[in-house]
Ligand binder design. Structure first.
Ligand code: ATP
Length: 449
């Protein structure tokens, strides 16, 4: 098993220094496990979300997009099992951060006492006393703060999709098998959050529910497993850092027929962790909503002249956690041949990089800044670029390497007469001379790869 170094501490500092991720409400001392995305972070996250949307919705005729509200009818959470299921007495281990039901037979000793032993990491005295815990954030709707007005912030986007299953199917006239995808915020009052943006209390999900005829579910489950792994590989995540983890019988949710996680090796002690879950949920969700709402959520198959409640294969991935994987995967420090100063590089795939090109005049005279400004303004119409004329050219290259900018365009003495510029590749460090009027095409092609 590869043992990648732990780069988390260095990344947290780079993310703050360069404007990827800031602690929420930092000037007040921060909010627990909540983070804000800075100018570069928001671009990177958006590129990631757009890529998912394109692969899951735009490029397919069998998946529809949806955007449902965060606040839903409270009965939704009774039907989904989040209200009943999320208020168990739980204990957590301060060492390995795992959480257990207080009545877990694998716990030896009394939780909260020094004799108690964590069933996962085996440490003694690290288990908290049992406490009732509901992962959902609760608030009130309207002016009266009583139990009748209680409402929850959704802990997943999927339920908004289930309750809209027929609205989407009927308005689009989709036939099974088809899917519904959405990207949106989710909130979980995690008791063991941490590892930077890995596990937070406010995060986003990109979830797709694929509705299939019962009996064809395992075929579709295998299909989606393969598709989703390919998608992660396409982000540029190293193949040896990705693996599947199959849920064993005691990990499986009671309604799930099969579940696999896509795991990424975050390095150090965190190691392989889930970034996406692929679940065969059977007909559990639609059946529950039928029961609790009293409304039928059946599909009518015209060709076969039969009605049924479809099964669901779900793919659920977090853009925040995947963004962390992308940063961890891309971070490297290296020496450059012939130079004394090393460099820090974020080896992001050009398609995801927040800034596609740095544009520099070699010196601030002889018409070079004017020409560089003109190039930057032109390119800015198609993708984000950054104009920089401050400091030595080597420094300017380093600043772009550190934020993952794949190309640096330099206007030099030859440029103003020959109408050409140099384009430096972040990874190979090779410089090519390109005609100014070919720049859009050249970079456009490289970032589409
Ligand atoms: P975990 O076991 O890590 O808590 P989960 O199995 O509860 O995750 P799902 O409910 O399957 O996660 O959610 C799908 C995806 O949403 C996860 O793979 C992860 O990328 C993301 N996700 C879930 N919880 C969080 C969180 N607290 N912070 C950031 N991302 C999260």
């Amino acid at each position: 098993m590869p043992n990648h170094p732990d780069v988390m501490e260095k990344l947290v500092s780079l993310c703050k220094r360069r404007g990827f991720v800031f602690q929420s409400s930092e000037i007040y001392g921060g909010t627990g496990a909540v983070w804000d995305y800075g100018p570069l972070g928001v671009e990177l996250k958006r590129n990631l979300q757009d890529r998912w949307w394109k692969a899951m919705v735009r490029q397919r005729d069998d998946i529809e997009g949806l955007d449902t509200a965060i606040l839903m009818h409270p009965r939704v959470w009774e039907a989904s099992g989040h209200i009943g299921g999320f208020v168990d007495p739980l204990v957590d281990c301060s060492n390995c951060k795992k959480r257990f039901r207080a009545d877990d037979p694998k716990i030896k000793g009394t939780p909260g006492e020094p004799d108690a032993q964590c069933p996962a990491c085996g440490m003694k005295g690290t288990l908290s006393a049992p406490r009732l815990f509901n992962l959902m954030f609760k608030t009130f709707m309207g002016p009266v703060e009583d139990s009748a007005a209680t409402i929850y912030l959704r802990p997943e986007t999927a339920q908004g999709t289930y309750v809209n299953f027929l609205n989407v199917q009927q308005s689009t006239r989709q036939r099974i098998p088809f899917g519904i995808a959405q990207i949106g915020k989710a909130f979980r009052n995690e008791i063991t959050p941490g590892n930077f943006i890995f596990r937070t209390r406010e995060f986003e999900q990109m979830e797709m529910q694929f509705f299939v005829e019962p009996g064809s579910d395992m075929k579709w489950f295998e299909y989606w497993k393969e598709q989703r792994m390919k998608w992660h590989q396409g982000l540029g995540l190293a193949h040896d850092r990705l693996q599947f983890h199959q849920h064993s019988a005691d990990e499986l949710a009671h309604y799930a027929r099969a579940a696999f996680d896509v795991q990424f090796d975050f390095g150090g002690s965190l190691g392989f962790q889930e970034i996406e879950g692929i679940h065969n949920r059977g007909d559990f969700d639609l059946t529950q909503h039928q029961k609790f709402s009293g409304k039928k959520l059946e599909y009518f198959d015209h060709a076969a002249n039969k009605r049924y409640v479809p099964f669901v294969v779900e793919t659920a991935v977090g853009p925040n956690r995947t963004l962390l994987a992308i940063l961890v995967n891309g971070y490297r420090e290296e020496n450059v041949e012939g130079e004394t100063e090393g460099r820090t590089v974020l080896g992001l795939s050009p398609a995801l990089a927040p800034i596609k090109a740095g544009v520099f005049p070699l010196v601030k005279k002889d018409g070079m800044p004017e020409m560089a400004h003109k190039i930057a303004d032109d390119l800015r119409n198609v993708f984000p670029v950054f104009y920089d004329d401050s400091g030595a050219i080597g420094r300017r290259y380093r600043r772009q390497d550190e934020i993952g900018t794949p190309f640096c365009i330099t206007v030099d003495g030859e440029s103003t007469t020959a109408d050409t510029v140099t384009v430096r590749d972040r990874d190979s460090l090779l410089q090519e001379r390109i005609a100014t009027d070919k720049l859009r095409e050249y970079i456009g092609q490289r970032i589409a790869e």
